[in-house]
Design a protein around this ligand. Structure first.
Ligand SMILES: NC(=O)c1ccc[n+]([C@@H]2O[C@H](COP(=O)([O-])OP(=O)(O)OC[C@H]3O[C@@H](n4cnc5c(N)ncnc54)[C@H](OP(=O)(O)O)[C@@H]3O)[C@@H](O)[C@H]2O)c1
Length: 379
C-alpha cells in the first residue's frame, strides 16, 4: 500500500536504573509483514488492569509528573526500592504496551493465509497494541464478521477468554459452582452472563451496594457484599446453597481468598453428619488471578480443614494446557456472542496521546467499576 506513513507511533514504558519509570512514545519505522504476517491499522485497544500492571509497574503514581519528548506527552514517576526489586528483569528495556485490540488489515505477507485477511476487520492478541499499527503472525489475529464495530472487537481475548477459562477449569477440575470476587468488573459481568446461560451457580462477591445493584440488573442470583457486617454468614449461606468449591479471586491482597476457603469449609461441615478432627474431605480450590490489592495475601489455614489449595491462575498457560480444540471452541463462542455475553462497555474513548495526559492516566489507573477506557489510535 502506498498511503502508509513511514513511521509508526508506539507507546513504551521504561524503568531506568536510577529509580524512575517513564512512559513515552517512540516513532518506529513502519513494519514490513513477513510471509505469514499481516500489518494491522489498530482502530481500538482497551486499557485493562493487566495493561496497567506493565504500564506503570511498581511506580509510585502519587509522584507522577507530565513532560514531553519529541513534541509528544510523557509521564514520569518515581519507583520505590521494592518496586525496583520487583521490576529488576525489565530495567533499561523500553517495553511496548497493550495486550489486545481490533483493527483493519492494511497489508499482508505473501502467504495465502495472510493475503486472505487483507481488508478484514480482525481482533488482535500479542501485546504492543498501544500503537498506530501492529504487525502480527496470522495466528495472532481473529477475523471478525463483516460489519463488526471495532469497539465491539476491541476486547475479544483477555476478559472473554478468561471468564470462559474459569468455567472450563471448573469442569476440568470436577467442581460444579464458582465463587468470584470483584464481581462487578467487566470480566465479572461476562462471567455472570456465561454462568446464567450455561446453568452454572455463581456466587458474586462485591464491595459496595452500588455493585450489588449492577449485578442484580444483569440477573445475578447470588451476590454477597464484603463490606456488610454479616458478610461471612452470607457467604457461607450462598456457598451452601450453590455448592461452590472453586473460587477465582481478582483482588489477591488482604484476607478475602482465605475467607472464601474458610466459608467453603464451613459450608462443607454443615452437611457432615459426624465430627472429623481434620475437617471436611471436600476439596476446596481458590485461584488468585489478579492483583487489584497489592498488599500481602493473609490467611489463617486453621479454618480450612486440610483439603484445600490456593494457587495462581493466568490465561496464557491455561490456553496452552487446554489445547487447540478448546481454544478454537472458546474463540468461536466469543465471536458468536460478541455483542451480547462478551460486550464490553467503555466509559471513555481517548486518543493515543490523551492516554499520556496525566489527569486522564490517574483516572484510568484507578480501575473503578464501570470506568473502562478505550484507546482509538486513529481518532
Ligand atoms: N489472570 C489472568 O489471566 C487475567 C486475565 C484477565 C483479567 N484479569 C484480572 O481480572 C480483573 C478484572 O479485570 P477487568 O478488566 O474486568 O477490571 P475492571 O472492569 O477495570 O474492574 C475492576 C474492578 O475491580 C474493583 N476493584 C479495584 N480495586 C479493588 C480492590 N482493592 N478491592 C476490591 N475490588 C477492587 C473495582 O471496583 P471499585 O469500583 O469498587 O474500585 C472494579 O469493579 C483484574 O484484576 C485483571 O488483572 C486477570
Amino acid at each position: 500500500m502506498t498511503d502508509l506513513p513511514e513511521t509508526n507511533t508506539v507507546m513504551v514504558t521504561l524503568v531506568k536504573p536510577e529509580g524512575q519509570l517513564e512512559v513515552y512514545f517512540e516513532r518506529r519505522p513502519m513494519p514490513e509483514p513477513k510471509p505469514h504476517e499481516v500489518l494491522v491499522k489498530v482502530l481500538t485497544t482497551p486499557i485493562n488492569p493487566s495493561d496497567l500492571g506493565l504500564l506503570f509497574g511498581g511506580a509510585d503514581m502519587t509522584t507522577a509528573r507530565a513532560g514531553t519528548r519529541d513534541g509528544l506527552p510523557t509521564i514520569t514517576a518515581d519507583v520505590p526500592p521494592a518496586g525496583m526489586r520487583a521490576m529488576g528483569g525489565r530495567i533499561g528495556d523500553a517495553l511496548a504496551i497493550g495486550n489486545e485490540g481490533c483493527g483493519l488489515v492494511v497489508k499482508a505477507g505473501a502467504s495465502p493465509e495472510a493475503q486472505a485477511l487483507v481488508g478484514k476487520t480482525v481482533a488482535l492478541l500479542g501485546g504492543e497494541m498501544y500503537a498506530e499499527y501492529r504487525c502480527l503472525p496470522v495466528q495472532m489475529v481473529m477475523p471478525l464478521p463483516d460489519g463488526t464495530d471495532p469497539v465491539d472487537g476491541a476486547s475479544c481475548f483477555v476478559n472473554p477468554l478468561t471468564s470462559l477459562a474459569f468455567t472450563e477449569t471448573m469442569r476440568m477440575e470436577n467442581h460444579s459452582a464458582i465463587v468470584h470476587t470483584a464481581a462487578a468488573s467487566n470480566l465479572g459481568q461476562m462471567l455472570v452472563k456465561i454462568c446464567a446461560k450455561d446453568g452454572i451457580p455463581l456466587v458474586n462477591i462485591v464491595r459496595s451496594d452500588a455493585q450489588v445493584e449492577i449485578l442484580k440488573a444483569i440477573g445475578a442470583q447470588h451476590i454477597v457484599n464484603s463490606s456488610a457486617d454479616d458478610f461471612m454468614e452470607r457467604l457461607v449461606d450462598a456457598i451452601t446453597e450453590t455448592g461452590a468449591t472453586i473460587g477465582f479471586d481478582a483482588i489477591g491482597g488482604g484476607k478475602l481468598a482465605g475467607q472464601i476457603l474458610a466459608a467453603m469449609e464451613a459450608a462443607a461441615v454443615r452437611s457432615m453428619t459426624g465430627y472429623r478432627r481434620y475437617g471436611s474431605d471436600t476439596f476446596k480450590q481458590v485461584y488468585i488471578y489478579g492483583a487489584l490489592d497489592l498488599s500481602p495475601t493473609t490467611f489463617s489455614a486453621r479454618s480450612f480443614g486440610l483439603t484445600w489449595s490456593l494457587s495462581g491462575f493466568l490465561l496464557t498457560p491455561f490456553l496452552q494446557k487446554a489445547g487447540m480444540e478448546t481454544n478454537l471452541r472458546l474463540r468461536k463462542r466469543v465471536v458468536d456472542e460478541l455483542t451480547t455475553t462478551f460486550k464490553s462497555h467503555y466509559s471513555h474513548e481517548i486518543s493515543l496521546t490523551d492516554a499520556l495526559d496525566l489527569d486522564t492516566a490517574q483516572a484510568y489507573n484507578a480501575k473503578r467499576t464501570g470506568e473502562k477506557y478505550l484507546i482509538r489510535p486513529h481518532g
